[in-house]
Design a protein around this ligand. Structure first.
Ligand SMILES: Nc1nc2c(c(=O)[nH]1)N[C@H]1C(S)=C(S)[C@@H](COP(=O)(O)OP(=O)(O)OC[C@H]3O[C@@H](n4cnc5c(=O)[nH]c(N)nc54)[C@H](O)[C@@H]3O)O[C@H]1N2
Ligand SMILES: Nc1nc2c(c(=O)[nH]1)N[C@H]1C(S)=C(S)[C@@H](COP(=O)(O)OP(=O)(O)OC[C@H]3O[C@@H](n4cnc5c(=O)[nH]c(N)nc54)[C@H](O)[C@@H]3O)O[C@H]1N2
Ligand code: SF4
Ligand SMILES: [Mo]
Length: 691
C-alpha cells in the first residue's frame, strides 16, 4: 500500500464517559476507515467500547447535516431548506444583535457534553456569549448533585486513582453499570477479581455488572443514604474504625456517630427493601477488609436526596482509614486535577461589570415557557443549542418540546444530525465530528490529558463549534465593534495550546504522543490534606445550612414514592450501546438495542397480564410513553427500568422516558431527579397498539 495515502492519526474520544480513550484513526485516501483504541495509552489498552468502534459509521452516516438549513415549515415540523453559510450567519447575527439591543439576557446558550473537549465545548462559545451579556447556563443535568456533595465533604472532585482499583481487595460498585458506562474501570475490577478481590454491586437493577459481581444489593431507588448510614452503624458497634484517622483528619465525628446510631440495619433494610443479613454482611466485609475501595458513580444521585447520599457514602473510607493506601478509598470523579486554564479559554472578563442571570438547564421546559417578569427577568427570546439534545434528554419533555415549539422563539442548533431538538430550530448549522477538528481533553475517570488531531477534512460544509462562533463573531463585528477583537480570531489549534499554557502539560509533547499524565499523588488523602476549608473530611459541613438542608448526611425520601395510583418506581439508566441520545440513530447500534423497552419484574408483569414483548403504556400525570415490555429478570419488584435515551421521534407515540420525569431538583447541586419518578403501566391490547 502507498504509505503516503495510508496514515494513522491520534485522537481522543469526545464522549461523556469517564474513560476518555485515546483513539487511533486509520485514514486511507482521506477517508477514515477504522477507529481503534490506542494500545500505547495505558488506560485505553487498545480497547474501545462497541459504540465508538462505530464512530466512522456515525461520521459518514447518510443523514449527517452537511449544509446550513433554514426552517421552511411550522416550528417542530422538521421542514428545512439549505442556505449558504453567509446567509445563515448574517441573519443569525442580526437577530441576536436585535434582541441584545433590548435585553441581552433574553438570549440563552444551551450546551452540555456532546463533546467533552475544552475547545469545542467551552471556549469560543463562552467568549461569544460573554461579550453579548447573554444569560448564563447552570450546567446541572448530569453530575452537579454528586460533584457539589463531594466538594462539601472532600473539598473537590478528587479520589482514588483509577488504576489502583486493580490492587483492591474489596470493590463496591455503587450506582454504576460499569460494563456499560465505564468499561476500562471494569477491566481493572476484573483484574482485582482475578487477584482474589470481592466485587459488590449496589443497584436497583440487576445490571450486566451485577451479573458478574460476587454480591448484588438490589435496593430501592433513592435509598442509598439509608444503606450507608446503616453501614456506619455497624462499623461503630463492632468498632471497625480507624480512630486515629478519624481524630486527625475528619470534622464532626461525634455528630455523625449520633446520626448513624439511629440507623440499625433493620431500619435500613425496611427503607431499602433489602434483607437485613445482606447489609450486616456488607458492613463486615467493608469493616474488615484492607484496601476497600468504592467506585461511586452518578447513577445514584439522580433522586431528591442524591447529594446527601453521596455525602453519606463519601464518609465511609475516612471511618475505616481506607485512604491510607492507594488501593483503598473512593472515586466519584477525578476531574478536580484538571490542569486547564478555563479562564483563558472562556474569558469571563468580557462580561465587564454585567452579571447576567443563571438559568438552570435541568428546568429548560419551565425556563422556555416562563413569560418573564420583573423578578425573573425577560422572557427567553433566543436559544442557541450545541453539544446537547435537550428535547430528548431533559426532564418532563412535553414541556421542553412545548417550549421549543414556541413560534416566537428564535432557535439555532449546531448539530451533526436532525435530532429532536434540531427539528425545532430556525437554523441548523452543520458541525464537525471529532474526526474532523482539533480538541484537547481531560478526563473524569483517569488523570491524563489527550490531544485530538483532525484525521479527515470536514464533511460537506461542516465547521467546528469554535469556528462557527468565530464566524458569528465576525458577523457581529459589523454590528458591535467589540467583536472585532483578536480573541475572537484565535484558531482551534491555538485554543488547544493556550488551554495548557503555563501548566505541567507540555503541548509539544502532546503533539507527539497524543497524551500526557498529570502529576498526581498515589494516595491523595493518606495523610489527610482534604481541600476543604478545615483541611479535613467534613462529615459535618455548616455551609450546607444555607441550602435549607441538614449539615450532616441524612436519608431524604424520594419526591415521588410509589402510591396506589402510580405504584411503580421508574429509573431510566443509559442503554449500553447508546451514549445518552448520541448513537441512537446509528443503525448497527439501534439493532443491538432493538426498540424502546421497559423492564418489569415478573410479579409486576403478571399482576398486569403483561408478557415479554407486549406493547405497554407507561404513564403518570405528566404524560404517557408507549414501548415494549422486557420481562428479563433485571428489574426488582416495584421498580421498572426504561433504558434510554431514545430519540422521541423514534418512540411509538413520539415520546421517550423523559415524558414521565419531572423538573424538581436534588437537595444539593440543583440537578434533575430522573430516577425519582412514579408511574403506572398497562398493557395495550393488540387492537389499539401502534404499528
Ligand atoms: N454506554 C454508555 N455509557 C455511558 C453513558 C451512556 O449513555 N451509555 N452515559 C455517560 C454519562 S453522561 C454518564 S453521567 C455516566 C453515568 O455513569 P454511571 O454514573 O456509572 O451510571 P450508569 O452506568 O448510567 O448506571 C447507573 C446505574 O445506577 C443505577 N441506579 C439507578 N438508581 C439508583 C439508585 O437510586 N441507587 C443506586 N445505587 N443505583 C441506582 C441504575 O440501575 C444503573 O445501573 O455514564 C457515561 N457512560
Ligand atoms: N431519563 C434520563 N434522562 C437523562 C439521563 C438519564 O439517565 N435518564 N442522563 C442525563 C445525563 S447523565 C446527561 S449527561 C444528559 C446528556 O445529555 P446531552 O449532553 O444532551 O447528550 P446527548 O444526548 O448525547 O446529546 C449530545 C448531542 O451533541 C451532539 N454533538 C456531539 N459532538 C458535537 C460537536 O462537536 N458539535 C456539535 N455542535 N454537536 C455535537 C450530538 O450529535 C448529540 O446530538 O442526559 C440526561 N438525561
Ligand atoms: S465512550 Fe468511553 S469507553 Fe467508549 S471509546 Fe469513548 S471513552 Fe472509551
Ligand atoms: Mo451524564
Amino acid at each position: 500500500m502507498n504509505a503516503a495515502l495510508h496514515r494513522t492519526v491520534l485522537g481522543a474520544c469526545p464522549h461523556d464517559c469517564p474513560d476518555t480513550c485515546s483513539l487511533v484513526t486509520t485514514v486511507v485516501d482521506g477517508i477514515a476507515t477504522r477507529v481503534q483504541g490506542n494500545p500505547g495509552h495505558p488506560m485505553t489498552g487498545g480497547v474501545l467500547c462497541t459504540k465508538v468502534s462505530k464512530y466512522a459509521e456515525r461520521t459518514y452516516h447518510p443523514e449527517r447535516v452537511l449544509t446550513p438549513l433554514r426552517r421552511s415549515g411550522p416550528k417542530g415540523s422538521g421542514q428545512f431548506t439549505p442556505v449558504s453559510w453567509d446567509e445563515a450567519l448574517r441573519d443569525i447575527a442580526q437577530r441576536l444583535h436585535g434582541i441584545a439591543q433590548q435585553q441581552p439576557e433574553a438570549i440563552l446558550p444551551y450546551s452540555y457534553a456532546g463533546t467533552m473537549g475544552m475547545v469545542q465545548g467551552e471556549s469560543m462559545d463562552r467568549r461569544f456569549f460573554h461579550q453579548l451579556g447573554a444569560s448564563l447556563l447552570d450546567r446541572t443535568i448530569c453530575a452537579s448533585a454528586g460533584s457539589e456533595a463531594l466538594a462539601a465533604t472532600y473539598g473537590g472532585k478528587l479520589g482514588m486513582r483509577m488504576e489502583f482499583f486493580a490492587e483492591s481487595q474489596l470493590i463496591l460498585i455503587w450506582g454504576s453499570n460499569s460494563i456499560s458506562s465505564n468499561l476500562h474501570f471494569w477491566r481493572l475490577a476484573q483484574e482485582a477479581k482475578r487477584n482474589g478481590a470481592r466485587l459488590v454491586c449496589i443497584d436497583p437493577r440487576k445490571s450486566e455488572t451485577a451479573d458478574k459481581c460476587h454480591e448484588h444489593l438490589q435496593l430501592l431507588p433513592g435509598t442509598d443514604a439509608a444503606l450507608a448510614l446503616a453501614l456506619m452503624h455497624e462499623l461503630i458497634v463492632h468498632n471497625w474504625l480507624d480512630h486515629d484517622y478519624i481524630a486527625q483528619h475528619t470534622l464532626g465525628w461525634e455528630a455523625l456517630k449520633a446520626r448513624a446510631l439511629q440507623w440499625p440495619p433493620e431500619r435500613a433494610a425496611q427503607v431499602c427493601g433489602l434483607p437485613v443479613e445482606q447489609i450486616i454482611q456488607l458492613a463486615r466485609d467493608y469493616g474488615t477488609t484492607q484496601a476497600a475501595a468504592i467506585r461511586l458513580n452518578y447513577g445514584m444521585q439522580r433522586v431528591r436526596g442524591g447529594g446527601n447520599a453521596v455525602r453519606a457514602i463519601a464518609c465511609l473510607p475516612a471511618l475505616v482509614g481506607a485512604w491510607r493506601q492507594r488501593a483503598g478509598g473512593l472515586l466519584l470523579s477525578s476531574s478536580g486535577v484538571s490542569p486547564f486554564n478555563r479562564a483563558a479559554l472562556q474569558m469571563p472578563q468580557l462580561l465587564g461589570t454585567r452579571r447576567p442571570r443563571l438559568l438552570n438547564m435541568s428546568t429548560i421546559g419551565d425556563v422556555l415557557l416562563h413569560p418573564g417578569d420583573a423578578q425573573w427577568g425577560p422572557q427567553v427570546q433566543a436559544v442557541v443549542v450545541y453539544n446537547s439534545n435537550p428535547v430528548a434528554v431533559a426532564p418532563e419533555s412535553a414541556k421542553v418540546a412545548a417550549g421549543f415549539a414556541r413560534e416566537d422563539l428564535f432557535t439555532v442548533v449546531l448539530e451533526h444530525f436532525m435530532t429532536d431538538t434540531a427539528d425545532h430550530a430556525d437554523y441548523v448549522l452543520p458541525a464537525t465530528t471529532q474526526l474532523e477538528h482539533w480538541d484537547i481533553h481531560g478526563s473524569y475517570g483517569h488523570t491524563d490529558v489527550l490531544l485530538n488531531r483532525p484525521a479527515i477534512a470536514p464533511q460537506g460544509q461542516a465547521r467546528s463549534n469554535a469556528q462557527i462562533f468565530r464566524d458569528l463573531a465576525a458577523q457581529m463585528a459589523l454590528l458591535q465593534p467589540a467583536y472585532a477583537a483578536a480573541h475572537f480570531q484565535a484558531t482551534d489549534e491555538e485554543l488547544c495550546r493556550s488551554s495548557v499554557a503555563n501548566t505541567a502539560i507540555d503541548f509539544d509533547a502532546l503533539l507527539h504522543h497524543g497524551f500526557a499524565h498529570i502529576p498526581v499523588k498515589e494516595a491523595p488523602f493518606a495523610h489527610g490534606g482534604f481541600a476543604t476549608p478545615s483541611g479535613k473530611c467534613e462529615f459535618d459541613n455548616p455551609q450546607l445550612a444555607r441550602l435549607g438542608i441538614g449539615t450532616l448526611p441524612d436519608y431524604l425520601p424520594n419526591y415521588e414514592p410509589p402510591t396506589a395510583k402510580f405504584p411503580l418506581a421508574m429509573i431510566s439508566p443509559p442503554a449500553r450501546n447508546f451514549l445518552n441520545s448520541t448513537f441512537a440513530n446509528v443503525a448497527s447500534l439501534q439493532r443491538m438495542e432493538q426498540r424502546p423497552l421497559l423492564e418489569l419484574h415478573p410479579d409486576d408483569a403478571a399482576a398486569r397480564g403483561i408478557a415479554d414483548g407486549d406493547v405497554l403504556r407507561v404513564f403518570n400525570d405528566r404524560g404517557m410513553h408507549v414501548c415494549h415490555a422486557a420481562v428479563n429478570g433485571r428489574a426488582r419488584p416495584g421498580v421498572v427500568v426504561g433504558l434510554g435515551i431514545w430519540w422521541r421521534k423514534h418512540g411509538a407515540n413520539g415520546t421517550n422516558v423523559n415524558e414521565l420525569t419531572h423538573q424538581q431538583l436534588t437537595d444539593i447541586g440543583r440537578a434533575p431527579c430522573f430516577y425519582d419518578c412514579a408511574v403506572q403501566v398497562e398493557r395495550i391490547t393488540p387492537a389499539t397498539a401502534p404499528a
